[in-house]
Design a binder for this molecule. Structure first.
Ligand SMILES: Nc1ncnc2c1ncn2[C@@H]1O[C@H](COP(=O)(O)OP(=O)(O)O)[C@@H](O)[C@H]1O
Ligand SMILES: Cc1cn([C@H]2C[C@H](O)[C@@H](COP(=O)(O)OP(=O)(O)O)O2)c(=O)[nH]c1=O
Length: 189
């Protein structure tokens, strides 16, 4: 049975680094077939989002949900995979778009038909550290810095609500990987 593992956290928290390291570990050490996917998923929708801008949370929620529908349809054809690691999933919409003032419950509703992940790991890091890691981010990062603090708070709220595993992402990459492997292996056995 295919397992969905979501990795969440603010920009620069280390999601992509961890996702790729997990793939490497579970493929080489556990002989599993692992797929890593990322949201935003579709280049067309990313272009549209860049065009309309990042300040309308209702529009962003709908565009990211459309992107997610394409993402999930694509994944549903990947039958021969054991583990799918989602580098961002619908919790990104709940955290980022509610940080811009949109009703969290409505964002949940819009995303309620997407498959629930089997487990979610939150990489938690203060924004100052994250910003230092990704000064040249491609998505108008400067515009978002102000809201990132709020996004982090929203993620921590969601962690309590949904029972995410929270990893202190100020640690080094090896330590974060070690903790994530332990969490996932405990789940898989
Ligand atoms: N634990 C860590 N400590 C220091 N730097 C890190 C750590 N994890 C990732 N990085 C670096 O921070 C930058 C952003 O990491 P990335 O994995 O792309 O984050 P995200 O996908 O969450 O935006 C990269 O240059 C990466 O090498
Ligand atoms: C999937 C998703 C992403 N986003 C935002 C978070 C990021 O700022 C941006 C995606 O940028 P990206 O560069 O992929 O994020 P990261 O730096 O963490 O790898 O889109 C939302 O606001 N809502 C969503 O539903």
């Amino acid at each position: 049975m295919q397992k969905l593992i979501a990795i969440e956290g603010i920009d620069g928290s280390g999601k992509t680094t961890l996702s790729l390291a997990l793939k490497e570990y579970f493929e080489s050490k556990r002989r599993l077939k692992v797929l890593v996917t990322q949201e935003p998923f579709s280049a067309d929708i990313i272009n549209l989002i860049e065009k309309v801008g990042w300040d309308d949370p209702l529009l962003l929620t709908l565009l990211f949900a459309a992107d997610r529908a394409l993402h999930i349809r694509w994944i549903s054809n990947k039958k021969d995979v054991d583990l799918i690691i989602l580098d961002r999933y619908y919790f990104s919409s709940i955290a980022y778009q509610s940080a811009l003032g949109l009703d969290k419950e409505w964002i949940k509703l819009v995303n309620s038909y997407f498959p629930k992940p089997n487990l979610t790991i939150l990489l938690d890091v203060p924004i100052e550290i994250a910003i230092n890691r990704i000064k040249n981010d491609k998505f108008n990062f400067r515009q978002k810095i102000d809201s990132l603090k709020k996004v982090r708070e929203k993620y921590l709220e969601l962690a309590k609500e949904y029972g995410f595993y929270v990893i202190d992402a100020t640690k080094n990459k090896e330590e974060i990987l070690r903790q994530a492997i332990k969490i996932i292996e405990n789940y898989l056995v």
